[in-house]
Design a protein around this ligand. Structure first.
Ligand code: TNX
Length: 537
């Protein structure tokens, strides 16, 4: 306790010192800017405008807490983003000399009002921005807010150099749910490391903190398992439609984990079983439980494959698979799929899920599975991902489980927007941009106790998509609205306000080369400058 207090006061002291010591700058008459008119997504808890501005320019410097791990990295991340976008070189934790006129200070504090680890506060004044957070993850979320507040155009009339005016005021913010995820199915179609990174990058900007990878299915096995090499020698070489497939080596998977971790996002690996296992069984026929002759599967049907739930070899195999993946996956969660096992007898299914739970726990992970796994007698710490049947969600709550909300009708990113959509399916629903936004996970199932909701996840199944442009067509803009369902309390959300803020994302989406679906429901705001900037890069 004493140590903590010392740490706080030391950092407050440092912060005040840095602010007080900022060299005398030339007086700048900042024009009025209004923080309340922001286009932030997800919408913060509280915003108080003070109707002036912070001038971001080449005389700005970033300082961070340097004793708590990760804070300096957050500062570097911000500097890198500013450089990419504005071509400004902003130093991080360098000396405070006369070239510095304004500072951004990223401060660690243990005294925020909110106890959520990702909470943060921003104080934006003329000459300083103070970002307070308890954890580096909180600081990283705060940085996304700051990035979103940098206007598209510099105001060249205020100073002799280009200056970007960030509206002044105070933002107090914290997430609604601790789990705010998106899922990508890399099994039906393979997505390269670079494609996955781009998706992670976009999700990070909207404060997602979980990225679930559906790594295996009937059509392909996508992760190297050293003790069972045929999974990738054979099982990875196919995908829907007959394309070449592909897989991640363990090194590449680690690279993705690291890339996500730098954005304070966790990758949750899923190995789907006992159904959705044609690719694994085709690689090692000993695993097969449906008694049928195996071959590559490049279609889109589900529910025909199963592991043999009564064979010891299957569990020895799964022990190896889970051990190898757990070793390169720092997430506390391991997702075992468990959905649509129509070719597995119910008693076998229950036996299987219970056995696999023990293996997952043996490797120190918390099991997550699609809602069907709730049929098993499971540890109440295991997590249920609700996707279709509210009875399963209610049973899960009664049995004491935490639930991740992914109802297909509302949250599936692979559902078409409407009958004219270029990609996607519509077995659950058509989900236009407003429908995707206009609902509330917390009250979606009446009578489900709120304290059983761990969070929200938007799955993107890939039967109909095979590259970044197609992925982005389905994911954007809907994933942007979903970020708000996970972050902002229902009483602060409204479609009209959101719609206007979404329209203001056009510049960012264009700059990032995102092939979003230009829904007619949104009055997309084309900025003047973006195309010029893309060409420069
Ligand atoms: C259902 S949702 C599935 C997936 C499909 C998806 C297509 C769930 C757990 N399983 O196998 O890809 O529908 O929308």
């Amino acid at each position: 306790m004493k140590h903590t207090l010392q740490k706080i006061s030391f950092h407050l002291f440092l912060c005040c010192l840095v602010l007080a010591c900022a060299p005398k700058k030339k007086e700048i008459n900042y024009p009025t800017t209004d923080l309340a008119q922001n286009s932030l997504i997800p919408k913060p808890l509280e915003v108080i405008a003070t109707n002036s501005a912070f001038g971001l320019d080449s005389k700005t410097a970033i300082f961070t807490n340097q004793t708590t791990e990760g804070f300096e990295d957050v500062g570097m991340y911000l500097a890198e983003k500013i450089k990419q976008r504005l071509h400004l070189d902003i130093p991080v934790n360098s000396t405070l000399d006369e070239t510095v006129e304004r500072i951004i200070y990223i401060n660690q504090t243990d005294s925020l009002d909110s106890e959520a680890p990702e909470a943060y506060q921003l104080y934006i004044k003329n000459d300083s921005i103070l970002l307070n957070a308890t954890t580096a993850a909180g600081a990283f979320r705060g940085i996304q807010t700051l990035r979103q507040l940098i206007p598209e155009e510099s105001n060249d009339t205020v100073a002799e150099q280009p200056m970007w005016l960030i509206p002044s005021g105070k933002i107090v913010d914290a997430p609604l749910f601790e789990y705010r995820g998106a899922m990508l199915d890399v099994a039906r179609h393979f997505f390269t490391v670079e494609e996955v990174k781009k998706f992670i990058d976009l999700l990070a900007y909207y404060k997602y903190n979980k990225f679930h990878m559906h790594l295996t299915d009937d059509q392909g096995w996508r992760i190297e398992i050293k003790s069972w090499p045929k999974l990738t020698e054979i099982g990875a070489q196919s995908e829907v439609g007959g394309g070449p497939g592909g897989f991640y080596t363990q090194e590449e998977f680690k690279e993705l984990v690291q890339y996500a971790a730098e954005r304070h996002m966790e990758i949750i690996p899923e190995v789907d079983m006992p159904g959705h296992t044609n690719a694994a069984s085709f690689s090692y026929p000993v695993l097969n439980g449906n008694g049928k002759k195996l071959s590559y599967y490049t279609g889109t049907h589900v529910g025909f494959s199963t592991f043999d739930a009564r064979k010891d070899t299957v569990y020895a195999f799964l022990d190896d698979v889970i051990r190898e993946i757990a070793a390169i996956s720092p997430s506390p969660y391991f997702h075992i799929g468990g959905d649509e096992s129509h070719a597995t007898k119910k008693t076998d299914y229950i036996h299987f899920v219970e056995k696999v739970e023990a293996i997952v726990r043996k490797h120190d992970k918390v099991m997550v599975g699609w809602e069907e796994i709730v049929q098993g007698k499971l540890d109440s710490g295991s997590i249920i991902q609700f996707w279709q049947d509210s009875v399963n969600a209610k049973t899960a709550a009664l049995k004491g489980h935490q639930i991740i909300f992914s109802p297909a009708h509302k949250a599936y990113l692979d559902m078409q927007y409407d009958t004219l959509s270029k990609h996607g399916l519509h077995w659950a629903a058509y989900i236009p941009v407003d429908t995707a936004y206009n609902w509330d996970p917390s009250s979606y199932i009446k009578s489900l106790p709120k304290d059983h909701i761990l969070g929200f996840e938007a799955p993107l199944w890939s039967e109909t998509i095979s590259n970044s442009a197609e992925l982005e067509y389905l994911a954007f803009p809907r994933a942007i609205g979903y970020s708000e369902l996970g972050w902002t309390p229902a009483e602060s959300r409204d479609w009209e306000g959101y719609k206007a803020r979404l329209a203001d994302q056009t510049a960012f989406l264009k700059r990032m080369n995102v092939a979003y679906y230009p829904s007619k429901l949104i009055d997309w705001k084309e900025p003047k400058n973006v195309y010029k900037e893309i060409k420069k890069d």
